[in-house]
Design a protein around this ligand. Structure first.
Ligand code: ADP
Ligand code: MG
Ligand code: MG
Length: 252
């Protein structure tokens, strides 16, 4: 699904990713952990094609295609979804209109006709129930005045509506209380499937009690310094990240 080879990237002239390698297969759930400032959000931004993030070396293949050659819009149309650490507010654009436009953009790209209003409403209702999402939030302006938790839940609702092949969740758990965390995690779990893959960026092991990852990677100083299974997250919770930094320095 996604192959990242020797990825180097800069933001505003600052080197952030320094030769990152990662292979994600369909059906897999990958957790990315690591200290603050390690480059986790930058990795998500580079994959999504955000401006100001410049790839200086390496390659990223998404579903057989060169991801780095594509515009951010085409990456989304090809099935990449990024749930932001800080979702943006767009006053004056209703949540549902936004989703309808996005869905139809994707459909047009794949030579499918625009969705009929009736079909769209049916899909909306189905996903709203599936994600246990507050129906009132669907008709409000996108994220405007949403609480932190509501924004995160909205990101997961959007993800369910758009049904991406590969989704990146950047600290979707931060700022969630335990009930909201469970709802978000359940939502993600319902979307898991053999043809999809996820990259979940998180600071806390807690989320991984609910979204059980196939792999846990530690990102530190722009590279992946350790990979393990879900037990690695428990070990990190106990020991922190410093013991890994020592590992890296010994290799240098
Ligand atoms: P993480 O998500 O792992 O906490 P980030 O990817 O947000 O880390 O940041 C990685 C590093 O890049 C940090 O040192 C951060 O200060 C720096 N950085 C992020 N965005 C910018 C920017 N726009 N300009 C300069 N430095 C940036
Ligand atoms: Mg951070
Ligand atoms: Mg971050």
């Amino acid at each position: 699904m996604l192959t990242i080879k020797n990825l180097h990237a800069e933001v505003d002239g600052k080197k952030i990713l320094k030769g990152l390698n990662l292979e994600i297969k369909a059906g897999e759930m990958h957790a990315i952990m690591g200290p603050n400032g390690a480059g986790k959000s930058s990795l998500a931004s580079v994959l999504a094609g955000r401006e100001n993030y410049t790839v200086t070396e390496g390659e990223v293949i998404f579903d057989g295609k060169n991801l780095l050659d594509m515009s951010p819009e085409d990456r989304a149309r090809e099935g990449l979804f990024l749930a932001f650490q800080y979702p943006v507010e767009i006053p004056g654009v209703s949540n549902l209109n936004f989703l309808k436009t996005a869905l139809n953009e994707i459909r047009t790209y794949h030579n499918l006709p625009a969705m009929e209003a009736k079909e769209f409403l049916k899909l909306t209702k189905e996903k709203q129930q599936m994600m246990d999402f507050n129906a009132n939030l669907m008709n409000r302006s996108l994220n405007e005045g949403f609480s932190g938790g509501e924004k995160k839940r909205n990101e997961v609702f959007q993800m369910a509506m758009l049904d991406p092949k590969f989704a990146i969740l950047d600290e979707t758990d931060s700022g969630l209380d335990i009930d909201a965390l469970r709802i978000v995690a359940n939502g993600v779990n319902k979307l898991r499937g053999a043809d999809k893959a996820f990259m979940v960026i998180t600071h806390y092991q807690r989320l991984l009690d609910y979204i059980v990852p196939d792999f846990v990677h530690v990102l530190a100083d722009g590279v992946i310094v350790k990979t393990g299974n879900k037990d690695l997250a428990l070990e990190l919770e106990e020991k922190g990240y410093d013991w890994l930094k020592e590992d890296v320095h010994q290799k240098e």
